[in-house]
Design a protein around this ligand. Structure first.
Ligand code: ZN
Length: 235
């Protein structure tokens, strides 16, 4: 119970690195190309306005791909921590896949949205969605053919920031897993947590742009580091 004596409330930020170990390629990383398009050119509101078919095809492909992937030991370890940790805990994920949920985690917040949701820009309702959007299917709620991927694009505001900052204000420990530390606002979470006195830990494949802000950085695959850290926390 050593860890629990000092730490009650935990915020965990997860990024592309944790999904990469399940075979999901990095979405927001630098230099990614998709059929000669930069990812930024298929992941902005302007791109969707200019060439909706291109954008919808891109997301249909990604939505289909993630459904063939499986959670890895890092996802399962976080789900175990979520189930057994007696204090507050929030997994804030930048990932738009559902691997945390499929591993069994409950306290998950998708700040960049979810591939398996469609968002109706006519009635603002979000519907669970597993098939394609390219054929412009009607919104289950209102019938309008105005569904778009429920994914936060470059230049759009991440979701539920108030909840995230409230959790950061109340946390004793902030843990960042598999993130580059390059994309704001998430890259700033460690500074906010640290300034408020939280212990800060980074679990990453390599040093990130934000490494200097962490009390401790452990380098290696998430599938090894995360289960080891969770075991320490639940000792
Ligand atoms: Zn609708």
């Amino acid at each position: 119970m050593a860890a629990m004596d000092r730490i009650r409330n935990i915020v965990i930020l997860t990024g592309a690195g944790i999904s990469a170990e399940s075979g999901i390629d990095t979405f927001r990383g630098g230099g990614g190309l998709w059929e000669q398009h930069r990812v930024e050119d298929v992941a902005t509101p302007e791109a969707f306005a200019r060439d909706p078919e291109l954008v919808l095809r891109f997301y249909d492909m990604r939505r289909e791909a993630i459904q063939t992937k499986q959670p890895n030991p890092a996802h399962f370890a976080l789900a175990r921590l979520d189930a057994e940790w007696p204090g507050e805990l929030l997994i804030v994920t930048q990932n738009v896949d559902d691997l945390h949920e499929r591993a069994g985690a409950k306290r998950v917040l998708h700040m960049h949205g979810e591939h398996l949701n469609a968002w109706c820009t006519w009635c603002d309702v979000r519907s669970s969605w597993r098939g394609p959007l390219l054929n412009r299917p009607p919104c289950p709620a209102c019938g309008a053919r105005a569904l778009r991927p429920d994914v936060v694009w470059f230049g759009e505001m991440p979701y539920r920031m108030d909840e995230i900052y409230a959790a950061l204000r109340g946390c004793d420990m902030f843990v960042s897993i598999g993130t580059s530390g390059a994309v704001y606002p998430a890259a700033g979470f460690v500074r906010d947590a640290r300034e408020l006195g939280a212990r800060t830990l980074e679990l990453n494949l390599e040093h990130s742009e934000g490494s200097a802000w962490f009390d401790e950085s452990r380098l290696g695959p998430a599938g090894e580091l995360v289960p080891a850290w969770v075991a320490e926390m639940l000792l």
